[in-house]
Structure formats: structure tokens, C-alpha cells
Design a protein around this ligand. Structure first.
Ligand SMILES: Cc1ncc(COP(=O)(O)O)c(C=O)c1O
Length: 430
């Protein structure tokens, strides 16, 4: 064994995951080919239910065609930090995005992770940051970083406003208070009770920080002519609830519904200007490639013209799957109808065996393994996209029928105390 290998620390928590990653083709895979929503791994073709390209923009010819002209004009990569200079594509994106969200202003940086790590410590300062127990791992990490820089960090059970209020009341007065929650949760698929959080935060002078990486592009403002209960325009969870941005900071990403490497924070202009000097990724990090910027701008055009039709289609496909699960009596925390469907395993069932059954049925999913999730939540996560066909969904339903017949999936029954299980290890892989 090399000297470097001897220095790899052994952490028993990761043994299971390491075994799964090394031994199962559905983990750490190399994808050899993509055709629509079908992917080839070696000789095996599978329907992809692991990508988060919810609107199918990754495959959209109009969006793909926008990339080459932008690269010809701007080069492949701006390669200045944003502080040094931003191609005109940036202000175009920020203005269109602010307009879409109905937010005072926006700032874009390459990823949601970078935004959390940079912005949570700035907003928390030496005050207190509160995060819900099942918030995304990247929020948890940002809170730990803020703690290192002097903030006090408190966890509360997701949705438990009584506990949050008690904690807010106990926080020292006159210091910043930041409450961090997921928008559409990356595992349950459900949005939080945003109006209740917003009311509480306003009452206690706290800023509500919402990570809607999964909701942006899907949920949006409610309108009589909406094509589905997702609402219209995909302008994220704040608008879906008919809330204002008063005391709310919204963070979202383009890497899911918009199929591009870019993320945003919606803030008042005065805060944006402050972040331009205080948020390290603006000052020191490289920017997103030109292809990503062009993809986002073309994505706005498609969203304006076809977005609501795509969301209507996405809702229909998702509803088909949720209907079948209900008919089978299979448990899922998804009560919202968003296309993020987690399926916990029945007690004692083996994730690797379940994954093999799905593989044999030509179905590719996200494996939610321990310690990415708590042991009680181990299972699979399925994401629908507007680019799936009805035949793709037929194939998924057949696989779900098989898993159910074998007793692999948890069934509905007496309440599962899902909200009460603290785990800082939420699934991080998108
Ligand atoms: C809720 C949530 N927040 C943040 C992230 C990280 O986003 P990014 O890849 O833009 O850093 C993800 C997954 O990708 C996520 O699901």
C-alpha cells in the first residue's frame, strides 16, 4: 500500500456507502450515451429518473442552439472573477430573473453551495442562525462555517414553529437572526409552511433564508389560467405562496429545472451591493462557463413561451406515478405533487438488492443510502421530468409493482414520525 493510501482516514460510517459505490452499477456510474431520457451504461439502457432536469431544458433544441453563437461571441469561459468583470450576459440574466421572480434584485454565482457558504456567514454575523433539521446538507455546512466565524447555531425540527419561536425568543436581542429552511425539500418533495415561517420571522426581526433549488422552475405564482397546481411561470416558492420578499431571502439554482451551472440569490439592491464586496465567490471564484449563461438566457425565453405547458406535462406524469403508489399502498413523504418522490425501503430490506431489481427493469434512480440519509430513511428517490415519455413512466410503474410485490417498499400505515428524526446528513447529490 502506498504511503498516501495509508493516510486515508477510516470512518466506519462510510463503509456501507463505499461498498455500495464500489459494488453497484447505479452508484458512481459512467454514463456512455444519452438519448432523450434514456441513458446507456456499458451495454445497459435505462430510463433516467435520477436527473433533476425537470423541464427537459437539457434536451431542448432551442436552448442547445443558443450556446454556439454565445461561445463564438464571448469565448468558452469568462475567467474573470465577477469582481473583475462580468460579460454583459450577467446583468441581462440578473435583470430578467428579478423580473421573473418579482424580487427587488438578484445576484448570480456558479452554485447554490457557494452562495450558502458565502452568504449565510455574512447574514448571520455574530448573531444566531437557526436551521431546520432536514435542511439540505449544504445549508448545514454553511451554518457550521458561520459558527466558525462567530455565529451561534441552533437546530430546530422542520415545521415545528413552536420550537423555533422558543429559540427565537431566547436569542440575544439586537443581534442578527437568520432562519434557514429548504423551499421544496430535496427528499420529501414538499414545500414548508412558508407564510407561517415568514410571519414568525417578521415578528421576531429575523431574516428567513429559503433554499428553493428544487422548486424554482416548477412552482410559481397561482393564476386562474395555470396549467397545473404548480402554478405559473415557475417563479419559485415565495410567489407560489403569494408571499412578498419582505424579510425573505430566496436562493435558487439553475442546475435543476434550467439544466445549467448557475445559481442566484434574490435580495434588496443594498444587500446585493454589500455581497459584492463581502461574499468571497464574487471576489475570488471563477464564473460559470459561457454555455451555462447562454443556456439560462435561452431558458428564460422557453420558459416564457412553453414553460407552463411543460409544467402541465410534468404534473400529469408525476400525478400518474403518485396515483399508482397510492393504489399500491406504498409510502412516500411527497404530499405536494412535485416531481421529487422519495420511496423509503420496508424495514430490513437491502438497498443494493432493490437497486438491482430496478436495474434489471431498466430504471435508474438516486439511491438514498446511509449515511447520506438517516438509517430510517434509506430508500430510493425518483425524479420525473417533462422529457419523460408515457412509455418511460409505464416502465417505471412496472418496476414499482415488482418492488411492491416483493415487499421491498415501505407501505402506508400508522404514522411514520418522519419530521421528528434529526439527521444532518441530507442527500447532497443534487
Ligand atoms: C436543496 C439543495 N440545495 C443546494 C444544492 C446544491 O446546489 P449546487 O449544486 O448548485 O451547489 C442542492 C443539490 O444540488 C439541493 O438539492
Amino acid at each position: 500500500m502506498s504511503r498516501a493510501a495509508q493516510h486515508v482516514p477510516v470512518d466506519a460510517r462510510f463503509t456501507e456507502l463505499a461498498r455500495l459505490t464500489a459494488g453497484h452499477p447505479m452508484m458512481d456510474a459512467v454514463i456512455d450515451e444519452v438519448r432523450g431520457r434514456r441513458i446507456r451504461i456499458g451495454e445497459h439502457w435505462l430510463v433516467d429518473y435520477a436527473s433533476c432536469n425537470y423541464l427537459g431544458f437539457d434536451l431542448d433544441p432551442q436552448i442547445q442552439a443558443a450556446i454556439a453563437p454565445a461561445v463564438s461571441r464571448w469565448g468558452t469561459h469568462p475567467s474573470w472573477s465577477r469582481m473583475l468583470g462580468s460579460p454583459a450576459l450577467y446583468p441581462q440574466i440578473e435583470e430578467r430573473l428579478a423580473d421573473l421572480l418579482g424580487a427587488p434584485d438578484t445576484l448570480v454565482l456558479p452554485t447554490v453551495t457557494l452562495i450558502h457558504m458565502a452568504v449565510v456567514p455574512v447574514l448571520a454575523g455574530k448573531g444566531t442562525v437557526f436551521y431546520e433539521h432536514n435542511a439540505h446538507r449544504t445549508i448545514y455546512d454553511a451554518c457550521q462555517y458561520a459558527r466558525g466565524l462567530g455565529a451561534t447555531v441552533r437546530r430546530f425540527r422542520a415545521g415545528d414553529l413552536t420550537e423555533l419561536e422558543r429559540r427565537l425568543r431566547a436569542a440575544p436581542p439586537g443581534e442578527p437572526r437568520l432562519v434557514c429552511v429548504d423551499g421544496v425539500n430535496s427528499m420529501t418533495g414538499n414545500p414548508p409552511d412558508l407564510p407561517a415561517y415568514a410571519r414568525l420571522c417578521r415578528e421576531y426581526g429575523a431574516l428567513l433564508y429559503v433554499d428553493d433549488a428544487h422548486g424554482f422552475g416548477i412552482l410559481g405564482e397561482r393564476r386562474p389560467d395555470e396549467t397545473s397546481p404548480y402554478g405559473a411561470r415557475g417563479n419559485a416558492v415565495v410567489r407560489w405562496f403569494g408571499e412578498t420578499y419582505d424579510n425573505i431571502v430566496l436562493v435558487g439554482g439553475f442546475s435543476k429545472a434550467y439544466s445549467s451551472l448557475l445559481a442566484f440569490i434574490a435580495v434588496p439592491t443594498v444587500l446585493k451591493e454589500h455581497l459584492k464586496v463581502a461574499a468571497p465567490p464574487y471576489l475570488y471564484s471563477g464564473p460559470s462557463p459561457t454555455a451555462s449563461l447562454a443556456t439560462v438566457l435561452a431558458g428564460f425565453d422557453v420558459n416564457d413561451t412553453r414553460g407552463d405547458a411543460l409544467r402541465g406535462r410534468l404534473y400529469t406524469l408525476t400525478a400518474r406515478v403518485l396515483r399508482r403508489l397510492r393504489a399500491l399502498g406504498v409510502a412516500t413523504p411527497n404530499t405536494s405533487g412535485t416531481p421529487v418522490i422519495e420511496l423509503p425501503l420496508a424495514p430490513g430490506r437491502d438497498l443494493s438488492t432493490v437497486a438491482s431489481t430496478l436495474w434489471e427493469h431498466g430504471i435508474y434512480v438516486t439511491l438514498a443510502a446511509y449515511p447520506l440519509v438517516s438509517r430510517a430513511d434509506v430508500g430510493v428517490r425518483v425524479q420525473l421530468t417533462a422529457a419523460h415519455t408515457d412509455t418511460d413512466v409505464d416502465q417505471l410503474l412496472t418496476a414499482l409493482d415488482t418492488l411492491t410485490a416483493r415487499g421491498d417498499l415501505r407501505m402506508t400505515g400508522p404514522a411514520t414520525p418522519r419530521q421528528a428524526r434529526p439527521s444532518p446528513n441530507q442527500l447532497t447529490g443534487s
